[in-house]
Write a protein that binds this ligand. Structure first.
Ligand SMILES: [Zn+2]
Length: 64
């Protein structure tokens, strides 16, 4: 197990041993959705596609 700093609130994010690059993690403190960019060295980034996915899903439903 290793930890990374949340880019939003700077608290520790716990990364599981079996996590992969591209996996998602959620900050327990601020709830930010984070993606694991690199494991060695550990590097994480904020996921910003949430709103886009919601809008895309809604548009698809309306078209059907
Ligand atoms: Zn946070």
């Amino acid at each position: 197990m290793q930890t990374a700093k949340c880019p939003v609130c700077n608290s520790d994010i716990i990364i599981e041993e079996d996590a992969f690059e591209g996996d998602l993690a959620e900050c327990a403190n601020c709830g930010a959705e984070l993606e694991i960019i690199f494991l060695h060295p550990l590097q994480i980034a904020i996921v910003e596609s949430d709103l886009d996915e919601e809008l895309a899903g809604r548009t698809e439903e309306e078209e059907v």
